[in-house]
Design a binder for this molecule. Structure first.
Ligand SMILES: NC(=O)c1ccc[n+]([C@@H]2O[C@H](COP(=O)([O-])OP(=O)(O)OC[C@H]3O[C@@H](n4cnc5c(N)ncnc54)[C@H](OP(=O)(O)O)[C@@H]3O)[C@@H](O)[C@H]2O)c1
Length: 304
């Protein structure tokens, strides 16, 4: 089968023929129909996680496709099912077939085609788990989302609004039309205005970016406020001194969370937004598009 292979860290990946994998008893073999590009795929290919991974490896995290065979211990999906999911850091979805663990795959939202479905798993699971597991967000609370135009941030905004949360988001003006479509209570152009001056007091912060916005956010958090970041944590000591809860997070595979997200999408409560579709054999162009935000947000999906 054809797969996008990383042979050396930091060197361009390339399409190669490799053996089709076989599922173990707790695994599922999926024929991949579409696979979206996430920031983690760029981070992995650049070699930043080489202490945790070994080359050669196949790139790719998200997928949508059809179940071909299931291991003896798998009962929640069957051959022929249309599925979606994302796999942990080991990569593998930028390929004609991928073997995934039982928790990494669930029925695809039936209202979405494979291209749309492949754009959902990692971004939406991260948003879902950040809100529900890390922040434990509650109706009536005020939430600040940094990076609300991004793929994680825009799912977080939609989930939070459905939970009855008041949402303030930061984004750049190039994404204004998109962020206005998310039903936010308020958005702040972070390129023109300091969010500290506009956001007011918030119960919680969901930062889909890391670094300097983390300690800056402490100024707008209520006493005992909570913050989670999907990026690099900063200011942990200061948060503790101020009595705030501030943590990083790592998205986990979850059949239940994938199913809950699919239900919201099929109910028309949550929208997905693919900007670019690129044939698998032009994956380098897909990576270039993924990183070019000059005209606004991106979600790039490779088709197989
Ligand atoms: N921990 C985990 O388990 C996990 C899981 C998934 C993703 N992540 C990480 O989460 C981050 C977001 O992922 P994503 O897929 O949502 O990426 P994305 O689609 O590129 O979204 C990031 C967004 O943040 C915006 N942004 C950058 N700096 C900003 C600032 N100072 N203020 C407000 N917005 C700002 C970007 O705007 P521009 O277009 O203007 O740059 C972009 O819209 C990535 O770092 C990714 O690696 C972590």
């Amino acid at each position: 089968m054809k797969a996008v292979r990383i042979n050396q860290w930091g060197q361009p990946a390339q399409i190669e023929d490799i053996d089709r994998p076989s599922p173990a008893s707790d695994e599922v073999l999926v024929r991949v129909h579409a696979a979206s590009i996430n920031p983690i795929d760029v981070i992995v290919a650049a070699g930043y996680l080489q202490a945790m991974l070994t080359v050669p490896m196949t790139a790719g995290t998200d997928f949508a496709g059809e179940v071909i065979t299931v291991g003896a211990d798998v009962s929640h999906v069957n051959p022929g099912d249309s599925v979606y999911g994302c796999i942990a850091l080991r990569g593998g979805t930028f390929a004609e077939y991928v073997v995934v663990k039982v928790a990494e795959v669930a029925a695809k939202p039936s209202s979405l085609d494979s291209i749309q479905a492949a754009s959902v798993p990692l971004s939406a699971l991260t948003a879902w788990q950040g809100l529900n597991r890390s922040l434990k967000i509650k109706a009536g609370e005020r939430l600040l989302i940094h990076g609300v135009a991004g793929n994680v941030g825009s799912f977080a905004a939609q989930f939070a609004r459905l939970s009855g949360v008041e949402v303030i988001g930061t984004a750049a003006a190039k994404d204004e039309a998109f962020v206005r479509s998310l039903g936010l209570n308020r958005w702040i152009d972070h390129t023109k205005t300091k969010f500290e001056e506009e956001a007011g007091e918030v119960d919680a912060v969901f930062a889909s970016i890391g670094g300097e916005v983390i300690p800056r956010s402490f100024a707008v958090m209520k006493p005992a406020g909570r913050l989670v970041t999907t990026g690099q944590m900063a200011g942990a000591d200061e948060a503790q001194q101020r009595g705030l809860q501030a943590t990083g997070m790592a998205c986990e595979a979850s059949i239940d969370d994938l199913a809950a997200i699919a239900r919201l999408i099929d109910a028309g409560e949550v929208k997905v937004h693919v900007t670019d579709t690129v044939p698998f054999d032009q994956f380098q162009r897909g990576f270039e598009l993924h990183q070019d935000h000059s005209r606004g947000r991106r979600k790039v999906v490779l088709t197989l």
